[in-house]
Design a protein around this ligand. Structure first.
Ligand code: SF4
Length: 279
């Protein structure tokens, strides 16, 4: 069995940075909290919780200590609420997400109707919306574009982890209505590369395995993308979910991980596939 993986595997720069900032914080702060998961990966979440990180559902739950802002960022209003309570902030917002927040704000200041392509329930989108004075449109795909709601000048940004193909379709749909469109391509370079690698491997492999959490938005998108090019695609969280006997006839297996999937998990999957076993 031939195993195909991209040259670079493991977590993206933003996730590694957020994890390092958190670990550094936990070394010196007895009370460190996070508003939701730092990143969408159960292995990382468990490791940080064992080191003392406490997950909270809302800022109201804490009265002191340190709050770590996760890689997806938060809105200025939320930040102000934390500062009012004199809670120390350690900001692990990914700089690329931060750039998307700044771009959305700038488009609004330039008089564009802001349209964000992404998942409206995702923390990153909520954080970006919180940086705007007016309501912005959020659509996940071209079918959600309502021509009646579009103005003549539209400024578009994308969720940093959104699918390039979905964004392209939305741009084409908006072009049917808007007179002027300004696009800031806020899709993260790491995600673009992962999506390219996913398509390349899915086209070549007999079986495609996407490794990552079932609640990781970018991993789910990688799975959907792979399925488009290879119907024999599965998503697993790690080697524990894999029964290699089912796939023993596959001559080539492609493996790709989401942006918050540690390289060790990919390595374990690779090893399990390679381990000889009885039928
Ligand atoms: S995927 Fe990109 S935007 Fe998201 S945390 Fe990683 S580097 Fe930052």
């Amino acid at each position: 069995m031939k195993i195909l993986t991209p040259k670079k595997i493991g977590c993206c720069f933003g996730v590694n940075r957020a994890v390092k900032l958190t670990e550094d914080t936990l070394r010196s702060r007895p009370q460190a909290y996070i508003n939701g998961e730092l990143v969408h990966n159960d292995v990382i979440t468990k490791k940080l919780s064992e080191k003392g990180l406490t997950e909270i559902k809302s800022i109201g739950q804490i009265k002191g200590g340190t709050l770590i802002i996760r890689a997806h960022g938060i809105s200025p209003d939320e930040r102000a609420r934390v500062e009012e309570k004199k809670i120390e902030i350690v900001d692990a917002t990914c700089p690329i997400v931060r750039q998307a927040q700044v771009s959305a704000k700038k488009l609004e200041e330039e008089g564009y109707q802001v349209l964000i392509v992404g998942d409206s329930s995702h923390a990153e989108i909520k954080g970006i919306l919180g940086h705007l004075k007016n309501d912005a449109l959020v659509v996940a795909n071209y079918r959600e574009v309502d021509p009646a709601k579009l103005k003549s000048r539209v400024g578009m940004i994308f969720q940093t982890t959104h699918s390039i193909e979905l964004c392209r379709d939305v741009v084409a749909e908006v072009m049917k209505v808007a007179h002027e469109i300004k696009i800031v391509n806020t899709i993260c370079a790491d995600i673009r590369k992962r999506q390219e690698d996913a398509v390349r491997l899915a086209k070549k492999a007999d079986l495609m395995i996407v490794v990552g959490s079932h609640h990781s938005s970018n991993t789910i998108k990688l799975k959907k993308l792979c399925l488009k090019y290879n119907g024999n695609t599965i998503q697993i969280e790690g080697a524990k979910d894999l029964d290699p006997r089912k796939y023993r006839n596959a001559k080539s297996v492609g493996i790709i991980g989401g942006a918050s999937t540690p390289d060790i998990l990919i390595e374990e999957v690779r090893k399990k596939l390679k381990t000889p076993r009885k039928a």
